[in-house]
Ligand binder design. Structure first.
Ligand code: ZN
Length: 89
């Protein structure tokens, strides 16, 4: 399995919170159909064919392999605790 890494991407606004996302964290480099997370609001996003980002639908989430859902859930929890630490120094 590839290591989780962060890759710089063309800045795009998160479709959920509007913050500009300039990096993607996940397995390998972003490609169409890859799942990513907004680091600001932790929305689950998918790269489109032109590497823009859109919200993942519930049906798409349900169709993911269980291991991938667990990984994404763990990353979301890690992002949550980082945000919590920043807010509670
Ligand atoms: Zn967001």
């Amino acid at each position: 399995m590839d290591a989780v890494r962060t890759t710089e991407i063309a800045p795009t606004a998160c479709p959920a919170c509007g913050e500009v996302i300039e990096a993607a964290t996940g397995h390998g480099t972003p490609a169409p159909g890859c799942v990513t997370l907004c680091i600001y609001c932790r929305a689950i996003l998918i790269f489109t064919d032109d590497l823009q980002q859109r919200l993942m639908s519930n049906a798409e989430w349900a169709a993911l392999p269980r291991e991938q859902r667990e990984l994404i859930t763990r990353i979301r929890e890690a992002l949550q605790s980082e945000a919590w630490r920043e807010a509670h120094p």
